[in-house]
Design a protein around this ligand. Structure first.
Ligand code: 3PG
Length: 209
């Protein structure tokens, strides 16, 4: 299921790695208070599913999503934990089938014209363009988007605040993803004031783009 409708109001998707479960709720509250609408908890740590459970229960204003999905069974596990959308860095036929079976809105990754075409054929208009900066950034995105005007993107990977207006100014870009406003050292230190400042600045940039 294409995630365009579910993420229609979302301009920034925070890509979050939770290593300490005690940081999940304070981080989610900080992002919510900054005006962030959705959160992608990546399946890169053993705490990820528990963090999803806690956030979806305690911070219902944030749309909870699961990221770094690499195995078909992770859709059902994440749904059970409260995820309402799923994200992968790339995709495979197995993952597309599993997303469909789980009826989970899915933001699959693409990096080439062929991958974008394959996802369009499968019904996925909104795609994660990953890793955006390393692939060539806005120039690459515009070059790929020109002959593929049906596709919409969530560029993610290597973004920082200075790039947000230019990315969101591209007609092909629906939203951007990243972790630049959640520095790992700030999260580890419990510096939610810093994260809140950076997230508020990100939201402000997105609202003027
Ligand atoms: C992802 O999984 O989407 C990326 O790791 C996010 O990229 P960033 O950390 O460079 O923003």
């Amino acid at each position: 299921m294409d995630a365009s409708a579910l993420l229609a109001d979302t301009r920034i998707v925070p890509v979050v790695v939770i290593s300490d479960i005690d940081t999940a709720i304070p981080l989610a509250l900080t992002l919510r208070d900054a005006g962030i609408l959705a959160i992608e908890i990546t399946l890169r740590t053993p705490q990820a599913l528990r963090a999803l459970e806690c956030i979806s229960r305690e911070v219902p204003e944030l749309l909870p999503g699961v990221g770094s999905v690499r195995q078909p069974e992770q859709f059902a596990q994440a749904r059970e934990a409260g995820a309402r959308f799923a994200v992968s860095p790339g995709t495979t036929p197995t993952l597309l089938q599993a997303a469909g079976t789980a009826r989970m809105p899915y933001l699959p990754g693409a990096a080439t014209a062929s991958e974008i075409l394959h996802l369009l054929e499968a019904g996925y208009r909104l795609q994660k363009f990953f890793p955006a900066e390393q692939l060539g950034g806005i120039r690459m995105l515009k070059a790929l988007g020109a002959p593929l005007p049906e596709a919409r993107f969530c560029p993610t990977g290597g973004l920082h605040a200075g790039l947000v207006p230019a990315y969101l100014g591209c007609p092909q870009v629906a939203c951007v993803g990243g972790s630049w406003f959640i520095p790992a050292e700030a999260l580890a230190a419990g510096d939610y004031a810093r994260i809140g400042e950076l997230a508020t600045a990100a939201v402000a940039l997105a609202s003027t783009a």
